[in-house]
Design a protein. Structure first.
Length: 140
């Protein structure tokens, strides 16, 4: 069965918001884009709006999210699709790490200077978005 994830490319000028994962099942200590699984009965836009509110305490209307990339990934537990949306933020002061038990850090990074400790698939997504590439595959 294919799982659907949503991720968000929250940008401020030429910077994006990344979260460093705390001690979790997958990707501990690595930076990643905010996001998560789409729940049953939820649209992708509803899911990304919920995830942004849960993780960053930020209310962004669903219609403000624009789909910019689709990743088809062969993960450790099977294949999944991640839809990556983008949305603009006005200030880093508008957001904060709302789940410190799941994320040990939240930072803005220039899109062209990403941290070394980033999930490889998320790095691929960011690089693709910057280049205007709308679809990629990872892990096959």
């Amino acid at each position: 069965m294919l799982t659907l994830f949503v991720l968000v490319f929250l940008y401020l000028d030429d910077h994006i918001v990344l979260l460093r994962r705390a001690q979790v099942d997958f990707g501990s200590g690595l930076y990643s884009l905010p996001g998560g699984k789409v729940e049953s009965g939820e649209t992708a836009r509803q899911a990304i709006a919920r995830e942004v509110k849960e993780e960053l305490a930020l209310d962004i209307p669903e219609q403000d999210f624009t789909l910019v990339h689709t990743l088809h990934r062969q993960g450790t537990e099977g294949p999944f699709v991640a839809l990556c949306f983008k949305a603009h933020i006005d200030s880093i002061n508008d957001i904060h790490n709302n789940e410190p038990d799941k994320h040990s850090d939240m930072k803005l990074f220039p899109c062209d200077i990403l941290p070394v400790n980033i999930l490889p698939a998320h790095k691929q997504i960011i690089e693709s978005v910057v280049k205007g590439i709308s679809y990629s595959e990872h892990g096959w």
